[in-house]
Design a protein around this ligand. Structure first.
Ligand SMILES: [Zn+2]
Length: 468
């Protein structure tokens, strides 16, 4: 029997507010432990939470961009459980009445988006003696949880959905999308069923996966594990599992029997959240241009192919980088080619993000202009570009100090051509016998002779003339 996977993702995104969800403490990442805390977020008796309006607006933005119905009335509840990183003894989260319902991302249904606060963090020191520390800076950080329908059918599809979702949140500037720092975390619900079956199988929940690659590996592992079990006639247990990256496996954390009863009830310290149409309209008017719209505009405004536009707009900083380049040198297609080939390859190679490189858009635009003006050849440009990436130096300065200016002196090129033709007598005979496809070989040899600095147009002309 053939099986198909049924996958749903629950994504936690930390909102980019300056202060926490229910108090004025800073949300600054990487602060010294227990410095961004106050009586409210550490759950001292007698304190009262006050809802952060900006956080609500960011959650509405996410809801609108994901085509959700924004609920006029949503309610914060207490999710009760004990853990040392949760001094209050409960987490405030929207439960029965979330802020956003029924959206979608492409064909994937978004069941709900609700607001909640984060818990603190335990730091385990496995030295001697073993101790655990608690950092409460993360307590009450503002989160939204975006819950997809069980609509994904493969690990690759799930990773693709997560990438797109991240792209949208970053575009909206409601989340920085940093998975390493935990600003974006993902739980995956995975089950399998015979192809054609409408019923769902028993699912396992993989908790807190924090990279696209891990999401894909964890889901693939889980599909394989469940398929093997079912094929052996064993039952799948409903449980929570953790991804062990070192061993490449998921491991059972707790089964349903041990699951918590959270005893949810509306938080008596918080009024229902009321969002009227006027507020929604106001937030809607502040929505930025998203990737899809931006790609369409790039096609019409810059005349670049749809493929290029989609690649360039997938990430907002990359789209901005491209537009800055075009502002400095109105050659959109050439700039797009350079970014998609050379720049993106080097980013991958050097494991850098576009915002981390030393080359400014102006510098890249200038370098591409220098190719057009015949100052440098395309192949020399690659050398110049590497140097720019390494040092952030202006292309002009690199070309001058390294003597990389393109040679357009016909005398020098003629001399090189003659030298090559004198050396390659056999190939010349071949060429003259009518096999003109060796011409490219001559061009390459002359360029090599001149360390790649010869003007290729002149090399072609002079070669043609000399070969007769
Ligand atoms: Zn606080």
């Amino acid at each position: 029997m053939k099986y198909e996977a049924v996958i749903g993702l629950e994504v936690h995104a930390q909102l980019l507010t300056k202060s926490k969800l229910f108090c004025a403490c800073s949300t600054q990442f990487g602060s010294k432990p227990n410095t961004n805390i106050c009586p409210v977020c550490t759950g001292q008796a007698g304190t009262l939470p006050v809802l952060n309006k900006v956080a609500v607006e960011m959650a509405i933005k996410a809801g609108l961009a994901l085509h959700c119905e924004i609920q006029e009335k949503s309610i914060f509840a207490r999710k009760n459980y004990f853990y040392p990183d949760l001094p209050k003894g409960y987490q405030i989260s929207q439960y029965e009445h979330p802020l956003c319902l029924n959206g979608h991302l492409d064909k994937i249904h978004i069941q709900r988006i609700h607001m909640e606060e984060d818990a603190g963090k335990l730091l385990h020191d496995l030295g001697d003696p073993k101790v655990s520390h608690v950092d409460l800076n993360r307590c009450s950080m503002p989160l939204i949880e975006i819950v997809s329908g069980p609509d994904l059918r493969s690990a690759a599809e799930a990773a693709d959905y997560l990438r797109k979702l991240r792209g949208i949140l970053v575009y909206l500037e409601v989340c920085d999308g940093n998975m390493q720092e935990g600003s974006l975390r993902c739980d995956a619900n995975v089950s399998i069923r015979p192809i054609g079956s409408k019923e769902f199988g028993t699912r396992a929940e993989i908790k807190n996966v924090n990279s696209f690659k891990f999401v894909e590996s964890a889901i693939n592992y889980e599909i394989k594990r469940q398929t093997e079990r079912v094929e052996k006639g064993e039952k799948i247990v409903q449980e929570t599992r953790l991804w062990n990256q070192a061993e490449g496996i998921t491991e059972s954390m707790r089964s349903k029997e041990e699951a918590h009863d959270y005893r949810y009830f509306p938080d008596p310290d918080l009024l229902p959240l009321i969002v009227d149409q006027a507020w929604i309209a106001k937030v809607k008017s502040t929505l930025p241009e998203l990737a899809e719209a931006k790609a369409k505009r790039f096609v019409t405004e810059y005349g670049i192919p749809e493929y290029d536009a989609n690649v360039l707009t997938a990430e907002k900083p990359m789209a901005n980088y491209f537009e800055e380049c075009v502002k400095a040198n109105n050659a959109p297609k050439k700039i797009s080619n350079w970014i998609m080939a050379e720049l993106m390859r080097e980013l991958k190679e050097r494991d850098l993000y576009i915002t981390e490189i030393k080359v400014t858009p102006k510098q890249l635009a200038k370098m591409i202009g220098m190719i057009d003006e015949g100052v440098i050849s395309g192949s020399i440009a690659k050398t110049v570009f590497m140097e720019m990436l390494d040092s952030g130096t202006d292309p002009n300065a690199i070309v001058q100090t390294k003597g990389l200016v393109q040679v357009s002196d016909t005398g020098a090129i003629e001399a090189a051509v003659e030298k090559i033709l004198a050396r390659e007598t056999e190939n010349v005979k071949t060429y003259k016998s009518g096999k003109t496809n060796v011409f490219g070989f001559f061009v390459g040899a002359v360029m090599k002779e001149m360390q790649g600095k010869a003007n290729p147009k002149l090399v072609n002309e002079i070669l043609k003339k000399k070969l007769g």
